[in-house]
Design a protein around this ligand. Structure first.
Ligand code: ATP
Ligand code: MG
Length: 205
């Protein structure tokens, strides 16, 4: 464990990928909990370009999702936002995100933070062997859920219990479309940005 003189501990960098359409307090609590439990120096939020899992629905323009993510994280000195996925052409694959971050931060140890739902898809991701070499995977579960529930291999991933937040972006979008409030589900600045840009409103006749 002892480090030789002059050698500093590796920076521990969390990576929170997501569509963030919109970013909500579930994402923020998960990032905060993992940062604390794994002693991370920083968590980088990485809004996806066109996500391949969601090519069936119209995703809000990347620039809006990026700005909402910036608004939501700006006050936290441990949080930052990266444009690497939205500036890359084509669909977003997690392996590309991690390769690019590895190249940008060659000395950092990467921790990819993901929800239990997304963890279950890990096995189906392309290049999953390389994924586990690039980063440690941390799955956020709700109290009472275990890894075996998702049918995952237990090595290569850790689980963190996040306070049960029944918040999803889908629910936030549906609420806005029905004229219901999203106050306190998403940060105040994100509520205002959604209204300023008229996001998620029902299509005008
Ligand atoms: P959608 O409803 O459109 O699928 P979402 O709420 O799942 O959106 P994403 O942007 O797809 O949000 O999620 C990004 C990451 O955050 C994923 O790994 C997801 O599992 C995780 N996540 C989403 N909601 C929560 C939550 N309430 N608590 C913890 N993690 C969450
Ligand atoms: Mg989701």
């Amino acid at each position: 464990q002892a480090e030789s003189a002059g050698t500093r501990a590796k920076r521990r960098l969390g990576v929170m990928g997501g569509t963030f359409d919109p970013i909500h307090h579930g994402h923020l609590v998960a990032a905060s909990e993992v940062a604390s439990a794994f002693h991370l120096d920083e968590v980088v939020f990485v809004p996806t370009g066109q996500p391949w899992q969601k090519s069936d629905r119209q995703v809000t323009p990347a620039e809006d999702r990026y700005l909402m993510t910036v608004i939501a994280t700006a006050e936290n000195p441990q949080f930052s936002v990266s444009r690497i996925d939205i500036d890359r052409e084509g669909l977003t694959y997690t392996v590309d995100t991690l390769r690019d971050l590895r190249a940008l931060h060659p000395d950092a140890e990467l921790f990819f933070i993901t929800g239990a739902d997304a963890l279950a898809q890990i096995i189906s991701w392309r290049d999953s062997d390389e994924l586990f070499e690039l980063a440690h995977f941390i799955g956020c579960t709700r109290p009472g859920h275990t890894l075996s529930d998702a049918g995952l291999p237990v090595g290569g991933v850790s689980l963190v219990e996040v306070p049960a937040l029944a918040i999803s972006s889908t629910d936030c979008r549906n609420r806005v479309a029905k004229g219901e409030p999203v106050w306190y589900l998403v940060p105040d600045g994100v509520v205002r940005y959604i209204h300023k840009r008229a996001l998620y409103a029902p299509a005008q006749p």
